[in-house]
Design a binder for this molecule. Structure first.
Ligand code: LMR
Length: 396
């Protein structure tokens, strides 16, 4: 039976890292998958994570299953960081939450919940959006649609076109928004634009679904949460998929949280029970390790302060790399065409190259964006930046 199946090409994001790994050139540069890297090109384990992990291992008395909704300290800690401890949705017990295997697992639980609420839900995602949004949530059964978001040639948010499309949405429609550090384009909504989306959601009655995978990496923990908190202030319903992969560096531990805001506390219990049941159907129970570490950090003021300092250093370094890369591209191309990179946020920006130009950059210069020409800015270093800029200038 299984010999009826055909092999598939590599995933565009994960396959780029494999292609780079197979390149024998010692000067190759991997700008593919979104993992943070330091000046030596390694993805370090956070100090706070190491410390918390030692405590978790020392205190661990069992490997029995965690409860279906997940680690209680992880859930309350992330909820606090996301909305603020005094937010009305927290004090009013209007937050439903289930721990999930990574931000992707959280997205999938939210998709399942939407389908149970309304079998023909349309989920509107930005164009462009993370390459796995449509496969992941489309495979769950949602009707996936796209709204205009970013012009890859002019590098601006197409806000008017976005608003025009969202004006036509209504109750029962769901609109996915990137909380901050838009993946793949790095262009985030301003506060004013977030407010306009809040107005539209109130007027039209659609439900926002915020993918929040880079909390703290754009402007700061509170500043980055502006949009999601504002929506939670104003709307009766909201979904959030939270990832601890990047801001705790816990990629392989698959640490995420699916959250809902509902009009009432009863609604929150219902959403939690439904999401735990969806998890039971899919993989039964969440993994423990990453969530225990995050719970340990967020339950301790000293560790929390140290973790926030580490996130701050990561953010400042990425923003510094953005400035450095755009400066080198100014020199290499004798133009201001890449100045926009300095003003975007998070790990990603588009170079605006064609797939053929990306192939040439990979084959002739050993510089590896993904095929859409998205680059992981955190893969740039002081040592490789001149080579990266020269390669881009040569192929464009
Ligand atoms: C990325 O966009 O590179 C990351 O979110 C990792 C992934 O799973 O695609």
């Amino acid at each position: 039976m299984l010999d009826a199946l055909q092999p598939l090409p590599p995933d565009p994001i994960l396959g780029t890292t494999v292609a780079c790994r197979n390149d024998p050139n010692p000067l190759k540069v991997d700008l593919g998958v979104g993992v943070y890297k330091d000046d030596n090109g390694t993805t370090p384990i956070f100090r706070s994570v190491l410390q918390a992990e030692q405590r978790v291992l020392a205190d661990q008395a069992t490997k029995a299953y965690v409860s279906p909704p997940g680690d209680a300290r992880f859930i309350s800690g992330i909820t606090r960081e996301l909305f603020g401890a005094d937010h009305a949705v927290v004090t009013g017990a209007r937050v439903g939450a289930v721990q999930a295997p990574g931000g992707s697992g959280a997205l999938r639980l939210g998709a399942g919940l939407l389908l149970r609420a309304k079998g023909d839900t349309q989920l509107w995602v930005p164009a462009p959006t993370w390459g796995n949004h449509i496969p992941l949530m489309g495979a769950a059964g949602l009707d996936m649609q796209q709204y205009p978001y970013y012009d890859k040639q002019t590098h601006v948010i197409e806000f008017e076109a976005m608003v025009d499309t969202l004006k036509q949405r209504g109750p029962g429609d769901v609109v996915l928004l990137h909380g901050c550090c838009h993946n793949p384009c790095g262009a985030d909504l301003t506060r004013e634009q977030w407010d306009t989306i809040g107005d539209l959601a109130e007027e039209r009655g659609f439900t926002p679904y915020v993918d929040f995978a880079y909390h703290g990496l754009a402007e700061g923990m509170d500043a980055d949460a502006y949009g999601v908190r504002m929506l939670a202030d104003r709307l009766p319903e909201l979904l959030v998929a939270y990832s601890a992969s990047k801001n705790f560096g816990l990629y392989r531990e698959r640490t995420g949280l699916a959250l809902t805001i509902t009009a009432t506390a009863d609604g929150a219990s219902t959403a939690t029970s439904q999401m735990a049941n969806i998890a039971r159907e899919l993989y039964s129970m969440p993994p423990a390790h990453g969530a225990s570490i995050v719970g340990e950090i967020l339950d301790d003021e000293v560790l929390t302060a140290d973790w926030k300092a580490e996130v701050g250093q990561m953010r400042e370094r990425i923003n510094g790399l953005r400035a450095m890369l755009s400066e080198h591209l100014r020199t290499a191309t004798d133009s201001t065409d890449f100045d926009y990179i300095a003003g975007e946020r998070g790990m990603f920006s588009f170079l605006g190259l064609s797939p053929e130009q990306v192939t040439a950059l990979q084959n002739d210069h050993s510089v590896y964006p993904i095929p859409s020409s998205r680059v992981n800015i955190a893969g740039v270093t002081e040592e490789n930046v001149a080579r990266v800029a020269a390669g881009i200038a040569a192929v464009r």
